[in-house]
Design a protein around this ligand. Structure first.
Ligand code: ATP
Ligand code: MG
Length: 285
C-alpha cells in the first residue's frame, strides 16, 4: 500500500515540495527530465508531477490521495478536498491592483469597473461580499499588463514583493486572500492510507516546528545565571550545566531567530560569553 502524492512538476512550488519531503527523510528519485512519477525509496509514497492547477481535481477524484498546492489554487478550484496542513512555503497574496495614479477608496472604487484576473471565482466572491458589481475579465497569464493595453481598469493577481506590479505602473490596493502551500487530501481515504498520512503529517509537523529555531549555548558567570535565564524566552526552562572553570556555568536553550536577535545584546551585557548558535533540524515536543 502506498500513498499517492501530487506535487507541482515545475514552477515556484516544485523545489520546496521536494525539499520538504527530503527534510522528512523521504528520498525520491526525480533526476530524470520530464518524469511524471517517482517512488520513494524509504517511505510508502508515490509522487506524481503535475501542473499545479490540475492537483485539486486529481485529489478530489482520488487519482492522487494527497497534494501539495497553493491555497489560492485550492480555493479557486472549488473542489471537495480537505486542507490537512499548511506547509509554510509558497507564501503570497492575491491582491487587487490599480493604476498608480488612481485614488483607491476601498472596494467601492471597483463598482462598474473591469477587472482582469486568472482567479474569477475568488474575485467574484470578494465582489459579492462587498456588494460590488464589476465585470471580471478572465485571462490566464500576464494579467499585470491588462490595464496598460486598455483591457481592464484593475487587476487581481498573486503578489509576493509587489515589484512586478510596480514595473507595470500598478499599485497593490487590497489583499483578498493570504496564501501559502497546503497539503490537501481526498475526501475518502482508506484506513491504511490514513495511517501513512498520519506518519507523513507527523514528520511534516516535526520539520515545521524546527524552522527558524536555533539551539543557543553560552557561558555565564554563575552569579549572573538568574539574571540571564530571566532574559531567555526559551521553550521551557533552559538547561544549566556547571563548567570545569570555577564560577562559570553553561546555558543551553532554544530560541527563534527573532528572539535571538532581540535578546542577544542584553544577554551579552549581563556577562554571557562564548555564545554559540546552532541550527535545529527536527523538533518533537
Ligand atoms: P504550472 O505550470 O504548474 O501551472 P503556474 O505557472 O501556474 O505553474 P507558478 O507561477 O509556478 O504557477 O506558481 C505556483 C504557485 O506559487 C502559485 O499558485 C502560488 O500559490 C505560489 N506563489 C508564491 N509566490 C508567488 C508569486 N509571487 N506569484 C505567483 N505565484 C506565487
Ligand atoms: Mg498553474
Amino acid at each position: 500500500m502506498v500513498l499517492k502524492l501530487a506535487i507541482q512538476k515545475s514552477g515556484r512550488l516544485h523545489e520546496d515540495s521536494v525539499k520538504l519531503l527530503k527534510e522528512c527523510g523521504i528520498e525520491i528519485n526525480n533526476n530524470v527530465k520530464n518524469q511524471l512519477k517517482a517512488t520513494a525509496a524509504n517511505f510508502p509514497l508515490e509522487v506524481f508531477f503535475l501542473r499545479d492547477d490540475d492537483i485539486p481535481q486529481y485529489v478530489e477524484d482520488g487519482v492522487a490521495d494527497i497534494g501539495f498546492v497553493g491555497e489560492n489554487v485550492v480555493y479557486e478550484s472549488q473542489k471537495e478536498v480537505k486542507v490537512a496542513e499548511l506547509l509554510g512555503f509558497g507564501k503570497c497574496r492575491l491582491s487587487i491592483a490599480t493604476a498608480k495614479a488612481d485614488t483607491y477608496t476601498g472596494p467601492a472604487f471597483l463598482q462598474g469597473k473591469k477587472i482582469a484576473t486568472s482567479y474569477p471565482v475568488l474575485v467574484a466572491q470578494f465582489l459579492k461580499k462587498n456588494n460590488i458589481q464589476a465585470e471580471i475579465h478572465e485571462i490566464s497569464g500576464s494579467v499585470e499588463i491588462a490595464p496598460s493595453i486598455g483591457l481592464a481598469d484593475a487587476v487581481c493577481d498573486l503578489v509576493s514583493s509587489g515589484s512586478t506590479l510596480f514595473m507595470n505602473g500598478l499599485k497593490e490596493t487590497e489583499v483578498i486572500l493570504q496564501s501559502q502551500s497546503a497539503l490537501i487530501q481526498t475526501p475518502e481515504l482508506s484506513p491504511e492510507k490514513s495511517l501513512i498520512l498520519q506518519k507523513l503529517l507527523f514528520r511534516i509537523q516535526t520539520v515545521k516546528k524546527a524552522k527558524g529555531k536555533k539551539y543557543v549555548l553560552m557561558n555565564v558567570p554563575t552569579e549572573k545565571l538568574d539574571q540571564v535565564t530571566s532574559m531567555l524566552p526559551g521553550m521551557k526552562s533552559p538547561t544549566v550545566l556547571p563548567l570545569a572553570a570555577n564560577g562559570w556555568s553553561s546555558i543551553h536553550t532554544v530560541l527563534s531567530e527573532n528572539e535571538f536577535w532581540e535578546h542577544i545584546e542584553e544577554i551579552k551585557a549581563a556577562g554571557a560569553e562564548d555564545i554559540l548558535v546552532l541550527p535545529i533540524e527536527k523538533m518533537i515536543l
